[in-house]
Design a protein. Structure first.
Length: 203
């Protein structure tokens, strides 16, 4: 059983939902079940799930929190970091999770993280002294606004010949696995052709 902070990330637009749980494995199962049944309490996240489909969402642990009483403090730090209460960047509704626990004293390591975060104007640079693994997670999780040329791994959503929406995170591998022409799909992306073997871009 793992306790900590997680994100549910939309691979298509990089929006995130930040949450915390004493049991991350169970929490993800609950999220997924409610979303699949169209009964999730967060309507913004539910609408996006309905639009893009399950394959476009990724659940990821971003920080383990051993002292469970501090979960909401650390969660708020990550909500602020991702600015996930903004419609542009995320799905969170409240900026302050677990209001009843905000009086609990923070660990020194949490205060140091907040201090580093608030001392930098550009968020992705605040983790200079963090472990390389943590910095990479932050870089991967950040939206593309700071990395405009990061389109090499851009997620593509396609309409299949049967009318289903298909989320493709690696176009080259998708084409190779299905014996499709990668160049034909790139022509669609560049709007040089409208379709290929019944496949079209989802707009």
């Amino acid at each position: 059983m793992t306790s900590g902070i997680y994100v549910i990330k939309n691979l298509s637009n990089s929006k995130v939902y930040v949450g915390s749980s004493k049991n991350l494995e169970t929490r993800w199962k609950i999220h997924k079940l409610r979303l699949t049944k169209n009964k999730h309490e967060n309507q913004y996240l539910q609408n996006s799930w309905n639009k893009y489909g399950e394959n476009c969402f990724q659940f990821e642990l971003i920080e383990e929190v051993v002292i469970q009483e501090l979960l909401h403090k650390v969660e708020k730090m990550w909500i602020d970091f991702f600015n996930s209460t903004s419609d542009q960047f995320g799905y969170n509704i409240q900026k302050v999770p677990g209001r009843g626990r905000l009086g609990i004293k923070m660990l020194e390591v949490t205060k140091q993280k907040l201090s580093k975060l608030n001392s930098k104007e550009n968020h992705p640079q605040w983790g200079t002294h963090l472990k390389e693994e943590t910095k990479q997670k932050l870089r991967d999780a950040q939206t593309g606004k700071h990395k405009p040329n990061a389109g090499k791994t851009k997620t593509v959503i396609l309409n299949s010949p049967t009318g289903e929406k298909v989320c493709v995170t690696n176009l080259r591998k998708f084409c190779r696995d299905n014996n499709f022409s990668a160049s034909a799909f790139w022509d669609m992306l560049k709007e040089r052709k409208p379709k290929y073997l019944g496949w079209t871009l989802f707009k």
